[in-house]
Design a protein around this ligand. Sequence first.
Ligand code: ATP
Ligand code: MG
Length: 580
Amino acid sequence: MSGSTAPSRKRQDPDPQAFSWAEARARLSDLGEGRINLAFEALDRHMDGPAAERTALRFLARDSLEARDISYRALNERANRFANVLDELGIRPGERVYGLSQRIPDLYAAFFGAIKHGCVFTPLFPAFGPEPIRQRVEIGEPTVLVTTERLYRRKVAEWITQTPCLREVLLIGDVSDVDEAPENTRDAGALMDRASSQYSTRPMAPDAPVLLHFTSGTTGTPKGALHVHEAVITHHVTGQYALDLRPGDVYWCTADPGWVTGTSYGMIAPLTNGTTLVVDEAEFDAERWYRILQDQAVKVWYTAPTAIRMLMRQGPELARAHDLSTLRFLASVGEPLNPEAVHWGREVIGLPFHDNWWQTETGGIMIANRPGLPIRPGSMGKPIPGIEAAIARQGESGLQILHEPDQTGELVLKQGWPSMFRGYLNQEERYLKCFDGEWYLTGDLARRDADGYYWFIGRTDDVIKSAGHLIGPFEVESALLEHPAVAEAGVIGVPDEVAGETVKAFVTLKPGHAPDKALQKELLGLARQRLGPAVAPRQIEFRDQLPRTRSGKIMRRLLRARELGLPEGDLSTLEGGSND
Ligand code: ATP
Ligand code: MG
Protein backbone atom coordinates (compact mmCIF):
# COMPACT_ATOMS: atom_id res chain seq x y z
CA MET A 1 0.00 0.00 0.00
CA SER A 2 1.72 3.15 -1.13
CA GLY A 3 -0.91 5.69 -0.18
CA SER A 4 -0.36 7.96 2.74
CA THR A 5 -3.32 9.17 4.73
CA ALA A 6 -1.18 10.95 7.30
CA PRO A 7 -3.15 13.91 8.55
CA SER A 8 -1.58 17.28 8.28
CA ARG A 9 -3.02 18.98 11.32
CA LYS A 10 -2.54 22.44 10.06
CA ARG A 11 -4.15 22.67 6.67
CA GLN A 12 -2.97 25.56 4.60
CA ASP A 13 -3.80 26.80 1.20
CA PRO A 14 -1.75 24.37 -0.89
CA ASP A 15 0.81 25.83 -3.22
CA PRO A 16 -0.69 25.38 -6.69
CA GLN A 17 2.81 25.38 -8.19
CA ALA A 18 3.86 22.36 -6.16
CA PHE A 19 0.80 20.35 -7.15
CA SER A 20 0.54 17.89 -10.01
CA TRP A 21 -2.06 15.23 -10.73
CA ALA A 22 0.75 12.67 -10.98
CA GLU A 23 1.80 13.54 -7.45
CA ALA A 24 -1.83 13.36 -6.28
CA ARG A 25 -2.14 9.95 -7.96
CA ALA A 26 0.90 8.75 -6.03
CA ARG A 27 -0.87 9.47 -2.74
CA LEU A 28 -3.31 6.65 -3.54
CA SER A 29 -2.71 2.92 -3.92
CA ASP A 30 -0.82 1.17 -6.65
CA LEU A 31 -2.73 -1.94 -7.70
CA GLY A 32 -0.11 -2.85 -10.30
CA GLU A 33 0.26 -1.84 -13.93
CA GLY A 34 -1.18 1.58 -13.19
CA ARG A 35 -4.51 0.09 -12.17
CA ILE A 36 -6.83 1.66 -9.65
CA ASN A 37 -10.25 1.04 -8.13
CA LEU A 38 -12.34 3.83 -6.65
CA ALA A 39 -13.87 1.54 -4.00
CA PHE A 40 -10.45 0.25 -3.00
CA GLU A 41 -9.41 3.80 -2.13
CA ALA A 42 -12.55 4.39 -0.10
CA LEU A 43 -12.50 1.11 1.84
CA ASP A 44 -9.83 -1.59 1.29
CA ARG A 45 -6.98 0.87 1.63
CA HIS A 46 -7.92 1.55 5.25
CA MET A 47 -8.00 -2.07 6.36
CA ASP A 48 -4.35 -2.19 7.48
CA GLY A 49 -4.37 1.22 9.09
CA PRO A 50 -5.85 3.13 12.00
CA ALA A 51 -9.09 3.85 10.15
CA ALA A 52 -10.20 0.20 9.98
CA GLU A 53 -12.02 0.30 13.33
CA ARG A 54 -13.11 3.93 12.96
CA THR A 55 -16.74 4.73 12.22
CA ALA A 56 -17.28 5.08 8.49
CA LEU A 57 -21.06 5.63 8.48
CA ARG A 58 -23.02 7.20 11.29
CA PHE A 59 -26.54 6.37 10.24
CA LEU A 60 -29.71 8.07 11.48
CA ALA A 61 -32.93 6.36 10.46
CA ARG A 62 -35.82 8.48 9.24
CA ASP A 63 -37.76 8.49 12.51
CA SER A 64 -34.90 8.61 14.97
CA LEU A 65 -32.10 10.80 16.22
CA GLU A 66 -30.17 7.83 17.59
CA ALA A 67 -27.13 7.03 15.52
CA ARG A 68 -26.04 3.58 14.41
CA ASP A 69 -22.30 3.41 13.78
CA ILE A 70 -20.77 1.20 11.09
CA SER A 71 -16.98 0.87 11.05
CA TYR A 72 -14.80 0.98 7.97
CA ARG A 73 -14.13 -2.73 8.44
CA ALA A 74 -17.84 -3.56 8.69
CA LEU A 75 -18.74 -1.47 5.65
CA ASN A 76 -15.88 -3.00 3.68
CA GLU A 77 -17.09 -6.49 4.55
CA ARG A 78 -20.67 -5.66 3.67
CA ALA A 79 -19.53 -4.24 0.32
CA ASN A 80 -17.49 -7.41 -0.24
CA ARG A 81 -20.59 -9.48 0.38
CA PHE A 82 -22.49 -7.45 -2.20
CA ALA A 83 -19.67 -7.89 -4.73
CA ASN A 84 -19.82 -11.64 -4.12
CA VAL A 85 -23.60 -11.64 -4.62
CA LEU A 86 -23.15 -9.96 -8.02
CA ASP A 87 -20.47 -12.47 -8.89
CA GLU A 88 -22.68 -15.41 -7.91
CA LEU A 89 -25.51 -14.03 -10.03
CA GLY A 90 -23.21 -13.94 -13.05
CA ILE A 91 -23.01 -10.15 -13.28
CA ARG A 92 -19.84 -9.16 -15.12
CA PRO A 93 -17.55 -6.14 -14.75
CA GLY A 94 -18.66 -3.29 -17.00
CA GLU A 95 -22.36 -4.07 -16.54
CA ARG A 96 -24.49 -1.32 -15.04
CA VAL A 97 -26.02 -1.40 -11.60
CA TYR A 98 -28.67 1.18 -10.73
CA GLY A 99 -29.44 2.21 -7.16
CA LEU A 100 -32.88 3.49 -6.22
CA SER A 101 -33.13 3.71 -2.48
CA GLN A 102 -33.47 5.95 0.52
CA ARG A 103 -30.20 6.68 2.23
CA ILE A 104 -29.81 3.41 4.14
CA PRO A 105 -26.54 1.61 4.94
CA ASP A 106 -26.93 -1.17 2.36
CA LEU A 107 -27.18 1.43 -0.42
CA TYR A 108 -23.62 2.41 0.51
CA ALA A 109 -22.54 -1.24 0.65
CA ALA A 110 -24.13 -1.89 -2.76
CA PHE A 111 -22.49 1.20 -4.24
CA PHE A 112 -18.98 0.21 -3.18
CA GLY A 113 -19.62 -3.50 -3.72
CA ALA A 114 -20.68 -2.96 -7.32
CA ILE A 115 -17.63 -0.77 -7.93
CA LYS A 116 -15.29 -3.31 -6.32
CA HIS A 117 -16.67 -5.83 -8.80
CA GLY A 118 -15.93 -3.47 -11.72
CA CYS A 119 -19.56 -2.57 -12.44
CA VAL A 120 -20.77 0.94 -13.34
CA PHE A 121 -23.08 2.39 -10.71
CA THR A 122 -25.91 4.88 -11.28
CA PRO A 123 -27.74 6.33 -8.32
CA LEU A 124 -31.28 7.61 -8.85
CA PHE A 125 -33.34 9.90 -6.68
CA PRO A 126 -35.79 7.80 -4.67
CA ALA A 127 -38.33 10.61 -5.04
CA PHE A 128 -38.46 10.22 -8.83
CA GLY A 129 -41.80 9.03 -10.15
CA PRO A 130 -42.13 5.70 -12.01
CA GLU A 131 -41.80 7.29 -15.44
CA PRO A 132 -38.46 9.12 -14.95
CA ILE A 133 -37.06 5.94 -13.42
CA ARG A 134 -38.22 3.83 -16.36
CA GLN A 135 -36.80 6.38 -18.81
CA ARG A 136 -33.41 6.35 -17.15
CA VAL A 137 -33.41 2.57 -17.11
CA GLU A 138 -34.15 2.57 -20.83
CA ILE A 139 -31.35 5.01 -21.54
CA GLY A 140 -28.71 3.33 -19.39
CA GLU A 141 -29.77 -0.34 -19.78
CA PRO A 142 -28.65 -1.62 -16.41
CA THR A 143 -28.68 -5.34 -15.77
CA VAL A 144 -29.20 -4.87 -12.02
CA LEU A 145 -31.50 -2.60 -10.05
CA VAL A 146 -30.85 -2.26 -6.33
CA THR A 147 -33.92 -0.92 -4.59
CA THR A 148 -36.20 -1.35 -1.59
CA GLU A 149 -39.39 -3.34 -1.45
CA ARG A 150 -41.48 -0.22 -0.98
CA LEU A 151 -39.94 1.63 -3.90
CA TYR A 152 -40.15 -1.48 -6.02
CA ARG A 153 -43.90 -1.79 -5.46
CA ARG A 154 -44.61 1.90 -5.96
CA LYS A 155 -42.28 2.83 -8.77
CA VAL A 156 -40.90 -0.20 -10.56
CA ALA A 157 -43.40 -3.06 -10.55
CA GLU A 158 -45.71 -1.47 -13.12
CA TRP A 159 -43.12 -1.27 -15.91
CA ILE A 160 -40.52 -3.90 -15.07
CA THR A 161 -41.81 -6.42 -17.58
CA GLN A 162 -41.17 -3.89 -20.38
CA THR A 163 -37.45 -3.60 -19.67
CA PRO A 164 -35.82 -6.90 -20.57
CA CYS A 165 -32.35 -5.45 -19.94
CA LEU A 166 -32.97 -5.65 -16.20
CA ARG A 167 -31.99 -9.17 -15.26
CA GLU A 168 -31.92 -8.80 -11.50
CA VAL A 169 -33.82 -6.72 -8.97
CA LEU A 170 -32.04 -6.80 -5.62
CA LEU A 171 -34.05 -5.59 -2.66
CA ILE A 172 -32.20 -3.99 0.23
CA GLY A 173 -33.65 -2.89 3.57
CA ASP A 174 -36.57 -4.77 5.12
CA VAL A 175 -38.10 -7.31 2.78
CA SER A 176 -41.38 -8.86 3.84
CA ASP A 177 -42.40 -10.90 0.86
CA VAL A 178 -40.87 -11.51 -2.54
CA ASP A 179 -42.98 -14.54 -3.33
CA GLU A 180 -45.38 -12.65 -5.54
CA ALA A 181 -42.71 -10.60 -7.28
CA PRO A 182 -41.42 -11.70 -10.68
CA GLU A 183 -38.59 -14.15 -10.87
CA ASN A 184 -35.16 -12.62 -10.25
CA THR A 185 -36.46 -10.24 -7.60
CA ARG A 186 -34.35 -11.17 -4.64
CA ASP A 187 -33.84 -10.30 -1.01
CA ALA A 188 -30.32 -8.93 -1.35
CA GLY A 189 -29.82 -8.55 2.39
CA ALA A 190 -30.37 -12.28 2.89
CA LEU A 191 -28.04 -13.10 0.02
CA MET A 192 -25.39 -10.79 1.44
CA ASP A 193 -25.71 -12.41 4.87
CA ARG A 194 -24.88 -15.78 3.30
CA ALA A 195 -22.11 -14.53 0.98
CA SER A 196 -18.44 -14.39 1.90
CA SER A 197 -17.15 -11.20 3.50
CA GLN A 198 -13.88 -11.58 1.61
CA TYR A 199 -13.53 -10.22 -1.89
CA SER A 200 -10.52 -9.27 -3.90
CA THR A 201 -11.32 -5.82 -5.29
CA ARG A 202 -10.79 -5.78 -9.03
CA PRO A 203 -7.91 -3.59 -10.27
CA MET A 204 -9.29 -1.41 -13.07
CA ALA A 205 -7.79 0.62 -15.88
CA PRO A 206 -7.75 4.32 -14.82
CA ASP A 207 -10.19 5.17 -17.60
CA ALA A 208 -12.59 2.28 -16.98
CA PRO A 209 -16.12 3.59 -16.37
CA VAL A 210 -17.26 3.64 -12.76
CA LEU A 211 -20.27 5.96 -12.50
CA LEU A 212 -23.03 7.11 -14.77
CA HIS A 213 -24.60 10.25 -13.32
CA PHE A 214 -27.62 12.03 -14.64
CA THR A 215 -27.43 15.83 -14.49
CA SER A 216 -29.99 17.83 -12.52
CA GLY A 217 -32.17 18.70 -15.50
CA THR A 218 -32.18 22.40 -14.63
CA THR A 219 -31.83 23.49 -18.24
CA GLY A 220 -33.50 20.59 -20.06
CA THR A 221 -33.56 16.83 -20.33
CA PRO A 222 -30.98 15.33 -17.97
CA LYS A 223 -27.82 14.03 -19.60
CA GLY A 224 -26.02 10.87 -18.46
CA ALA A 225 -22.43 11.84 -17.66
CA LEU A 226 -19.90 8.99 -17.56
CA HIS A 227 -17.06 9.00 -15.04
CA VAL A 228 -14.04 6.74 -14.68
CA HIS A 229 -12.14 5.09 -11.81
CA GLU A 230 -9.29 7.60 -11.66
CA ALA A 231 -11.86 10.28 -10.76
CA VAL A 232 -11.19 9.22 -7.19
CA ILE A 233 -7.92 11.17 -7.33
CA THR A 234 -9.91 14.39 -7.72
CA HIS A 235 -12.42 13.37 -5.05
CA HIS A 236 -9.64 12.64 -2.61
CA VAL A 237 -7.64 15.84 -2.99
CA THR A 238 -10.59 18.20 -3.35
CA GLY A 239 -12.04 16.69 -0.16
CA GLN A 240 -8.95 18.09 1.54
CA TYR A 241 -8.37 21.27 -0.43
CA ALA A 242 -11.94 22.48 -0.75
CA LEU A 243 -13.73 20.92 2.23
CA ASP A 244 -10.89 20.66 4.74
CA LEU A 245 -11.60 16.97 5.42
CA ARG A 246 -9.19 15.43 7.91
CA PRO A 247 -9.03 11.82 9.12
CA GLY A 248 -11.42 11.24 12.01
CA ASP A 249 -13.53 14.32 11.34
CA VAL A 250 -17.29 13.94 11.70
CA TYR A 251 -18.55 15.18 8.36
CA TRP A 252 -22.06 15.67 7.05
CA CYS A 253 -22.98 16.13 3.40
CA THR A 254 -26.70 16.77 3.14
CA ALA A 255 -26.97 15.93 -0.58
CA ASP A 256 -28.71 12.76 -1.73
CA PRO A 257 -26.61 10.33 -3.78
CA GLY A 258 -29.25 10.81 -6.50
CA TRP A 259 -27.11 13.70 -7.68
CA VAL A 260 -23.40 13.97 -8.00
CA THR A 261 -22.63 15.85 -4.77
CA GLY A 262 -24.17 12.97 -2.86
CA THR A 263 -21.70 10.49 -4.37
CA SER A 264 -18.49 12.50 -4.91
CA TYR A 265 -18.72 14.18 -1.50
CA GLY A 266 -21.47 12.17 0.22
CA MET A 267 -19.76 8.81 -0.33
CA ILE A 268 -16.33 8.82 -1.97
CA ALA A 269 -14.21 11.78 -0.76
CA PRO A 270 -15.15 11.44 2.92
CA LEU A 271 -14.20 7.75 2.95
CA THR A 272 -10.96 8.08 1.01
CA ASN A 273 -10.06 10.72 3.58
CA GLY A 274 -10.93 8.54 6.57
CA THR A 275 -13.69 10.71 8.01
CA THR A 276 -16.88 9.62 9.77
CA LEU A 277 -19.75 10.29 7.44
CA VAL A 278 -23.14 11.22 8.87
CA VAL A 279 -25.97 9.71 6.82
CA ASP A 280 -29.46 10.97 7.58
CA GLU A 281 -32.30 9.07 5.98
CA ALA A 282 -34.83 11.86 6.64
CA GLU A 283 -35.62 14.86 4.48
CA PHE A 284 -34.98 18.49 5.41
CA ASP A 285 -36.29 19.67 8.75
CA ALA A 286 -34.65 22.70 10.33
CA GLU A 287 -34.85 21.54 13.92
CA ARG A 288 -33.69 18.02 13.09
CA TRP A 289 -30.74 19.41 11.16
CA TYR A 290 -29.58 21.57 14.05
CA ARG A 291 -29.99 18.61 16.38
CA ILE A 292 -27.80 16.47 14.12
CA LEU A 293 -25.10 19.14 13.90
CA GLN A 294 -25.14 19.44 17.67
CA ASP A 295 -25.61 15.84 18.83
CA GLN A 296 -23.21 14.28 16.34
CA ALA A 297 -20.63 17.00 16.96
CA VAL A 298 -20.28 17.61 13.24
CA LYS A 299 -17.03 19.34 12.25
CA VAL A 300 -17.39 19.81 8.52
CA TRP A 301 -20.77 20.48 6.95
CA TYR A 302 -21.47 20.54 3.21
CA THR A 303 -24.88 21.72 2.10
CA ALA A 304 -26.68 23.79 -0.54
CA PRO A 305 -27.96 27.36 -0.86
CA THR A 306 -31.56 26.21 -0.94
CA ALA A 307 -31.16 24.53 2.46
CA ILE A 308 -29.34 27.54 3.88
CA ARG A 309 -32.14 29.83 2.70
CA MET A 310 -34.69 27.54 4.34
CA LEU A 311 -32.77 27.73 7.61
CA MET A 312 -32.55 31.51 7.28
CA ARG A 313 -36.29 31.61 6.73
CA GLN A 314 -36.80 30.00 10.16
CA GLY A 315 -34.94 32.84 11.83
CA PRO A 316 -31.79 32.83 13.97
CA GLU A 317 -33.40 31.72 17.26
CA LEU A 318 -33.61 28.06 16.35
CA ALA A 319 -29.94 27.98 15.40
CA ARG A 320 -28.95 29.79 18.57
CA ALA A 321 -30.87 27.30 20.70
CA HIS A 322 -28.34 24.64 19.69
CA ASP A 323 -24.69 24.19 20.51
CA LEU A 324 -22.96 24.29 17.13
CA SER A 325 -19.51 24.94 18.52
CA THR A 326 -17.90 21.79 17.13
CA LEU A 327 -18.29 23.04 13.55
CA ARG A 328 -15.01 23.99 11.92
CA PHE A 329 -15.83 24.41 8.22
CA LEU A 330 -19.04 25.09 6.27
CA ALA A 331 -19.38 24.77 2.52
CA SER A 332 -22.10 25.12 -0.07
CA VAL A 333 -22.65 24.04 -3.66
CA GLY A 334 -25.25 23.67 -6.39
CA GLU A 335 -26.40 27.19 -6.99
CA PRO A 336 -24.88 30.58 -6.45
CA LEU A 337 -24.55 31.37 -2.77
CA ASN A 338 -25.98 34.79 -2.09
CA PRO A 339 -23.73 37.06 0.01
CA GLU A 340 -26.60 37.29 2.54
CA ALA A 341 -26.15 33.58 3.25
CA VAL A 342 -22.42 33.97 3.87
CA HIS A 343 -23.07 36.78 6.36
CA TRP A 344 -25.85 34.84 8.03
CA GLY A 345 -23.53 31.89 8.60
CA ARG A 346 -20.99 34.16 10.22
CA GLU A 347 -23.50 35.90 12.44
CA VAL A 348 -25.77 33.05 13.44
CA ILE A 349 -23.61 29.92 13.27
CA GLY A 350 -20.34 31.68 13.93
CA LEU A 351 -18.69 30.55 10.68
CA PRO A 352 -19.13 31.67 7.09
CA PHE A 353 -20.27 29.33 4.32
CA HIS A 354 -17.63 28.67 1.69
CA ASP A 355 -19.12 28.60 -1.76
CA ASN A 356 -17.74 26.24 -4.35
CA TRP A 357 -18.54 25.57 -7.96
CA TRP A 358 -18.62 22.44 -10.06
CA GLN A 359 -20.91 20.33 -12.24
CA THR A 360 -21.94 16.74 -12.78
CA GLU A 361 -19.62 16.84 -15.77
CA THR A 362 -16.55 17.97 -13.81
CA GLY A 363 -17.04 15.17 -11.28
CA GLY A 364 -15.48 17.18 -8.48
CA ILE A 365 -15.03 20.67 -7.06
CA MET A 366 -13.22 22.95 -9.50
CA ILE A 367 -13.45 26.45 -8.01
CA ALA A 368 -13.72 27.10 -4.31
CA ASN A 369 -13.43 29.52 -1.47
CA ARG A 370 -11.03 27.03 0.00
CA PRO A 371 -9.68 26.94 3.51
CA GLY A 372 -6.98 29.54 3.90
CA LEU A 373 -8.33 31.81 1.18
CA PRO A 374 -10.17 34.91 2.41
CA ILE A 375 -13.81 34.67 1.38
CA ARG A 376 -15.30 37.21 -0.97
CA PRO A 377 -19.04 36.90 -0.39
CA GLY A 378 -20.82 36.30 -3.70
CA SER A 379 -17.72 34.83 -5.33
CA MET A 380 -17.16 31.14 -6.04
CA GLY A 381 -13.51 31.49 -5.04
CA LYS A 382 -10.45 30.40 -7.02
CA PRO A 383 -9.61 27.26 -9.00
CA ILE A 384 -8.28 24.44 -6.87
CA PRO A 385 -4.70 23.25 -7.45
CA GLY A 386 -4.49 21.29 -10.68
CA ILE A 387 -7.34 23.20 -12.31
CA GLU A 388 -6.77 25.91 -14.86
CA ALA A 389 -9.83 28.06 -15.45
CA ALA A 390 -10.36 30.97 -17.81
CA ILE A 391 -13.04 33.29 -19.16
CA ALA A 392 -13.62 32.96 -22.89
CA ARG A 393 -15.75 34.19 -25.72
CA GLN A 394 -16.39 32.87 -29.20
CA GLY A 395 -14.70 35.27 -31.60
CA GLU A 396 -14.32 35.30 -35.35
CA SER A 397 -11.17 33.22 -35.16
CA GLY A 398 -12.62 30.73 -32.69
CA LEU A 399 -12.49 30.60 -28.92
CA GLN A 400 -10.83 33.64 -27.47
CA ILE A 401 -9.46 33.62 -23.93
CA LEU A 402 -10.10 36.93 -22.18
CA HIS A 403 -6.96 37.63 -20.18
CA GLU A 404 -7.97 41.01 -18.80
CA PRO A 405 -9.84 40.86 -15.49
CA ASP A 406 -13.49 41.79 -14.99
CA GLN A 407 -14.76 40.68 -18.36
CA THR A 408 -17.86 38.55 -18.64
CA GLY A 409 -17.65 35.39 -20.70
CA GLU A 410 -18.05 31.64 -20.59
CA LEU A 411 -16.23 29.83 -17.83
CA VAL A 412 -13.89 27.29 -19.43
CA LEU A 413 -11.55 24.72 -17.87
CA LYS A 414 -8.40 23.23 -19.36
CA GLN A 415 -8.91 19.51 -19.99
CA GLY A 416 -6.97 16.92 -18.08
CA TRP A 417 -8.19 16.56 -14.49
CA PRO A 418 -9.00 12.96 -13.50
CA SER A 419 -12.70 13.37 -12.68
CA MET A 420 -13.57 14.96 -15.99
CA PHE A 421 -16.54 13.19 -17.59
CA ARG A 422 -15.70 10.99 -20.56
CA GLY A 423 -18.99 11.09 -22.39
CA TYR A 424 -22.71 11.74 -22.36
CA LEU A 425 -24.38 8.38 -22.69
CA ASN A 426 -25.63 7.87 -26.26
CA GLN A 427 -24.97 11.54 -27.10
CA GLU A 428 -21.50 11.63 -28.60
CA GLU A 429 -22.14 14.77 -30.62
CA ARG A 430 -23.40 16.71 -27.66
CA TYR A 431 -20.36 15.60 -25.70
CA LEU A 432 -17.95 16.75 -28.40
CA LYS A 433 -19.66 20.13 -28.48
CA CYS A 434 -18.54 20.70 -24.89
CA PHE A 435 -14.93 21.04 -26.01
CA ASP A 436 -12.99 23.54 -28.01
CA GLY A 437 -9.36 22.50 -28.42
CA GLU A 438 -7.89 22.01 -24.99
CA TRP A 439 -10.79 23.74 -23.24
CA TYR A 440 -13.95 22.31 -21.73
CA LEU A 441 -16.86 24.74 -22.11
CA THR A 442 -18.99 24.79 -18.97
CA GLY A 443 -22.10 26.57 -20.25
CA ASP A 444 -21.91 29.00 -17.31
CA LEU A 445 -21.05 32.68 -17.55
CA ALA A 446 -18.65 34.23 -15.07
CA ARG A 447 -16.06 36.89 -14.60
CA ARG A 448 -12.67 36.85 -12.88
CA ASP A 449 -11.57 39.79 -10.79
CA ALA A 450 -8.08 41.24 -10.70
CA ASP A 451 -7.15 38.98 -7.77
CA GLY A 452 -8.21 35.79 -9.53
CA TYR A 453 -11.55 35.23 -7.79
CA TYR A 454 -14.35 33.94 -10.03
CA TRP A 455 -17.86 35.41 -9.90
CA PHE A 456 -20.84 33.50 -11.25
CA ILE A 457 -23.10 35.48 -13.59
CA GLY A 458 -25.59 32.86 -14.72
CA ARG A 459 -26.05 29.96 -17.06
CA THR A 460 -25.73 30.89 -20.69
CA ASP A 461 -29.39 29.81 -21.02
CA ASP A 462 -30.62 31.98 -18.14
CA VAL A 463 -28.84 35.21 -18.89
CA ILE A 464 -31.10 38.14 -19.75
CA LYS A 465 -30.29 40.57 -22.51
CA SER A 466 -31.94 43.89 -21.84
CA ALA A 467 -31.28 47.08 -23.80
CA GLY A 468 -27.74 46.01 -24.57
CA HIS A 469 -27.00 44.86 -21.01
CA LEU A 470 -26.18 41.29 -20.13
CA ILE A 471 -27.95 40.60 -16.84
CA GLY A 472 -27.22 37.58 -14.70
CA PRO A 473 -30.19 36.46 -12.60
CA PHE A 474 -27.91 35.86 -9.64
CA GLU A 475 -27.02 39.51 -9.01
CA VAL A 476 -30.68 40.55 -9.18
CA GLU A 477 -31.74 37.70 -6.87
CA SER A 478 -28.98 38.55 -4.40
CA ALA A 479 -30.07 42.19 -4.27
CA LEU A 480 -33.66 41.16 -3.52
CA LEU A 481 -32.47 38.78 -0.82
CA GLU A 482 -30.95 41.69 1.06
CA HIS A 483 -34.48 42.70 2.04
CA PRO A 484 -35.42 41.11 5.37
CA ALA A 485 -38.83 39.97 4.09
CA VAL A 486 -37.47 37.98 1.14
CA ALA A 487 -36.86 34.26 1.54
CA GLU A 488 -36.11 33.34 -2.06
CA ALA A 489 -36.08 34.96 -5.48
CA GLY A 490 -36.03 33.63 -9.04
CA VAL A 491 -35.42 36.01 -11.93
CA ILE A 492 -36.17 35.61 -15.63
CA GLY A 493 -36.23 37.70 -18.79
CA VAL A 494 -39.56 38.44 -20.47
CA PRO A 495 -39.78 39.73 -24.04
CA ASP A 496 -40.10 43.47 -24.45
CA GLU A 497 -40.55 45.34 -27.70
CA VAL A 498 -38.18 48.14 -26.81
CA ALA A 499 -35.51 46.53 -24.64
CA GLY A 500 -35.53 43.05 -26.15
CA GLU A 501 -36.09 41.62 -22.69
CA THR A 502 -36.88 43.04 -19.28
CA VAL A 503 -36.32 41.50 -15.90
CA LYS A 504 -39.12 39.87 -13.95
CA ALA A 505 -38.66 38.53 -10.41
CA PHE A 506 -40.63 35.89 -8.54
CA VAL A 507 -40.28 36.18 -4.81
CA THR A 508 -41.23 34.09 -1.79
CA LEU A 509 -41.49 35.71 1.63
CA LYS A 510 -40.40 34.83 5.13
CA PRO A 511 -43.17 34.05 7.62
CA GLY A 512 -44.96 37.16 8.94
CA HIS A 513 -44.67 39.28 5.80
CA ALA A 514 -47.65 40.16 3.65
CA PRO A 515 -47.37 40.02 -0.14
CA ASP A 516 -48.91 43.42 -0.70
CA LYS A 517 -48.44 46.39 -3.02
CA ALA A 518 -46.41 48.34 -0.47
CA LEU A 519 -43.82 45.58 -0.18
CA GLN A 520 -43.74 45.17 -3.92
CA LYS A 521 -42.92 48.84 -4.30
CA GLU A 522 -40.30 48.69 -1.61
CA LEU A 523 -38.57 45.76 -3.31
CA LEU A 524 -38.63 47.44 -6.69
CA GLY A 525 -37.11 50.52 -5.07
CA LEU A 526 -34.41 48.52 -3.31
CA ALA A 527 -33.48 46.70 -6.50
CA ARG A 528 -33.32 49.93 -8.47
CA GLN A 529 -31.11 51.51 -5.84
CA ARG A 530 -28.75 48.52 -5.69
CA LEU A 531 -28.64 47.61 -9.37
CA GLY A 532 -29.62 50.68 -11.32
CA PRO A 533 -32.75 50.99 -13.44
CA ALA A 534 -31.35 49.09 -16.43
CA VAL A 535 -30.77 45.91 -14.44
CA ALA A 536 -33.49 46.09 -11.76
CA PRO A 537 -36.68 44.08 -12.29
CA ARG A 538 -39.63 45.84 -13.88
CA GLN A 539 -42.07 43.42 -12.33
CA ILE A 540 -42.19 41.49 -9.08
CA GLU A 541 -44.63 38.71 -8.42
CA PHE A 542 -45.10 36.98 -5.06
CA ARG A 543 -45.29 33.22 -4.92
CA ASP A 544 -45.74 30.69 -2.13
CA GLN A 545 -42.89 28.66 -3.56
CA LEU A 546 -40.60 28.53 -6.57
CA PRO A 547 -40.20 25.49 -8.84
CA ARG A 548 -37.06 23.63 -7.93
CA THR A 549 -35.12 20.58 -9.03
CA ARG A 550 -34.80 17.70 -6.61
CA SER A 551 -31.23 18.79 -6.04
CA GLY A 552 -32.56 22.15 -4.88
CA LYS A 553 -31.96 24.45 -7.84
CA ILE A 554 -34.46 27.10 -8.86
CA MET A 555 -35.83 26.08 -12.28
CA ARG A 556 -35.82 29.42 -14.05
CA ARG A 557 -36.61 27.79 -17.37
CA LEU A 558 -39.92 26.60 -15.89
CA LEU A 559 -40.75 30.01 -14.41
CA ARG A 560 -40.13 31.40 -17.87
CA ALA A 561 -42.06 28.73 -19.77
CA ARG A 562 -45.07 29.19 -17.50
CA GLU A 563 -44.88 32.95 -17.73
CA LEU A 564 -44.74 32.91 -21.51
CA GLY A 565 -47.04 29.96 -22.10
CA LEU A 566 -44.26 27.88 -23.66
CA PRO A 567 -43.92 24.08 -23.46
CA GLU A 568 -42.71 23.11 -19.99
CA GLY A 569 -40.14 20.61 -21.23
CA ASP A 570 -38.68 17.76 -19.21
CA LEU A 571 -40.03 17.90 -15.65
CA SER A 572 -38.65 14.60 -14.41
CA THR A 573 -36.41 16.27 -11.86
CA LEU A 574 -38.96 18.83 -10.65
CA GLU A 575 -39.41 18.68 -6.88
CA GLY A 576 -42.95 17.70 -5.98
CA GLY A 577 -43.42 16.65 -9.61
CA SER A 578 -44.35 13.12 -8.64
CA ASN A 579 -46.04 11.61 -5.64
CA ASP A 580 -43.48 10.00 -3.45
P1 ATP B 1 -28.63 20.31 -16.40
O1 ATP B 1 -27.21 20.26 -16.89
O2 ATP B 1 -29.34 19.01 -16.58
O3 ATP B 1 -29.39 21.47 -16.89
P2 ATP B 1 -27.55 21.22 -13.92
O4 ATP B 1 -26.55 21.95 -14.75
O5 ATP B 1 -28.25 21.98 -12.84
O6 ATP B 1 -28.63 20.49 -14.83
P3 ATP B 1 -25.66 19.92 -12.23
O7 ATP B 1 -24.50 19.32 -12.91
O8 ATP B 1 -26.21 19.25 -11.04
O9 ATP B 1 -26.83 19.99 -13.26
O10 ATP B 1 -25.33 21.40 -11.78
C1 ATP B 1 -24.22 22.13 -12.24
C2 ATP B 1 -24.60 23.57 -12.43
O11 ATP B 1 -25.07 24.13 -11.20
C3 ATP B 1 -23.46 24.46 -12.83
O12 ATP B 1 -23.22 24.43 -14.22
C4 ATP B 1 -23.93 25.83 -12.36
O13 ATP B 1 -24.81 26.43 -13.29
C5 ATP B 1 -24.70 25.49 -11.10
N1 ATP B 1 -23.83 25.66 -9.91
C6 ATP B 1 -23.25 24.71 -9.17
N2 ATP B 1 -22.56 25.24 -8.16
C7 ATP B 1 -22.66 26.56 -8.27
C8 ATP B 1 -22.16 27.68 -7.52
N3 ATP B 1 -21.42 27.52 -6.43
N4 ATP B 1 -22.48 28.91 -7.96
C9 ATP B 1 -23.25 29.08 -9.05
N5 ATP B 1 -23.74 28.08 -9.77
C10 ATP B 1 -23.47 26.84 -9.40
MG1 MG C 1 -25.57 21.40 -16.48
